[in-house]
Ligand binder design. Structure first.
Ligand code: ATP
Ligand code: MG
Length: 349
């Protein structure tokens, strides 16, 4: 398969983990005879330094003309006080690519159950996915304003926006354990009442999927009490923002978790959920697992299932062979861990 991948290394540990991702993709291309091409694009703080904007037009155009976008991380203390913050480029990129669905798988590796802040018996075999609506709701609806004495935000959703994200959740649940948990606040919010109604309407198209509705406050509690009860969680933007961060901590290490953000058509964006980790930048210490698993999600979306599985297996085998970066209590460097994963890939194919 021919794939054009726009790489956005960004700031902090970004370039280090991007290099890891590209090496692994190059090995996959070699093992499975694919034609992957990579372009490196300015984005984030570095882009501000060089061009005055975090999302230069050339970068956006290149993303739009690629099959997929792979992003490492942006931001850092250097740019926190600036007129433009690197994170604003990320919001513009999401909006420009119409990335309405943010997908975060939360899988607890057997080898790492002791890293969870929850009890290991609570988190063993936890595997669920948070599907968050990413381009609507209170972060975007009008009117919005504030003055010295008053402030307003608006939470508004259209039927179309709800239908497409909920449909995404149903389709995903169908391919997994067949359970969809819709999270809302339908006892209080009008938007949630419509949300719940649409979930119920769509559920008749998916008789094989078990549906439950749960209020967001109860969902926050259940994620801690019994995370194993979840399979696919679907929710609106603000609730998803909060719950997906809570969910990600169940696994214990930010350095493990991938994400994908998708639009109906056009390129999707794949990125680790962690930030640019300025405290360890340039020290060859970053855990590349989150970006490598993001790469696996990307390949799966192009139906390169064996390739995706081989990356996941290579990661687990590397962990089992004692390769762990500092965040997981080991002493492997980013480069050592990556080399081990590449070796495992060569060995498998
Ligand atoms: P953001 O605001 O961009 O979401 P953040 O400021 O919340 O990010 P991170 O930059 O993700 O946080 O860093 C939080 C902590 O986790 C830091 O101590 C960082 O070193 C660590 N960390 C984050 N990602 C990794 C990684 N891939 N490998 C090792 N440590 C990491
Ligand atoms: Mg940060």
């Amino acid at each position: 398969m021919k794939l054009k991948i726009a790489c956005l290394p960004g700031d902090g540990i970004g370039p280090e983990i991007m290099s890891s991702a590209v090496q692994v993709l190059e090995q996959i291309a070699k093992s499975y005879q694919h034609d992957f091409t990579f372009s490196t694009n300015l984005f984030g703080g570095h882009a501000i330094d060089e061009t005055g904007t975090s999302l230069p037009k050339e970068t956006l155009d290149n993303c739009l003309n690629s099959d997929a976008v792979l992003l490492a991380a942006v931001g850092g203390p250097k740019w926190d006080q600036g007129v433009e913050r690197p994170e604003s480029g990320l919001l513009r990129l999401r909006k420009s690519l119409n990335l309405y669905a943010n997908i975060r798988p939360v899988d607890v590796y057997d080898e790492l159950v002791n890293h969870s802040p929850l009890k290991s018996e609570q988190v063993r075999n936890v595997s669920f996915v948070v599907v968050r609506e990413l381009t609507g709701g209170i972060y975007f609806s009008e009117p919005r304003f504030h003055n010295e004495n008053e402030a307003t935000d608006t939470l508004s959703y259209t039927r179309e926006e709800i239908e497409r994200i909920v449909t995404y959740g149903f389709e995903l649940a169908k391919t997994r354990k067949g359970k969809l948990t819709s999270v809302d606040k339908a006892n209080v919010l009008e938007s949630s009442k419509l949300w719940r109604k649409i979930v119920n309407e769509l559920s008749s198209n998916y008789p094989e999927v078990e549906v439950e509705h749960i209020l967001v406050d109860a969902a926050a509690m259940e994620l801690i009490r019994n995370p194993r009860r979840f399979d696919v969680i679907v929710t609106e933007n603000l609730f998803g923002d909060i719950l997906s961060d809570e969910a990600s901590m169940i696994t214990g290490s930010l350095g493990m978790l991938p994400s994908a953000s998708k639009s109906g058509k056009g390129p999707s964006l794949y990125e680790p959920i962690h930030g640019s980790a300025p405290d360890i930048a340039g020290q060859n210490k970053a855990n590349p697992i989150a970006i490598l698993r993001s790469v696996a999600m990307m390949l799966r979306d192009f139906n390169l299932v064996d390739e995706a599985n081989s990356i996941e297996n290579a990661i687990v085998n590397s962990i089992n062979n004692g390769y762990l970066t500092g965040d997981l209590g080991g002493n492997s460097s980013t480069i050592e861990f990556t080399e081990q994963v590449v070796k495992e890939l060569q060995f498998q194919t």
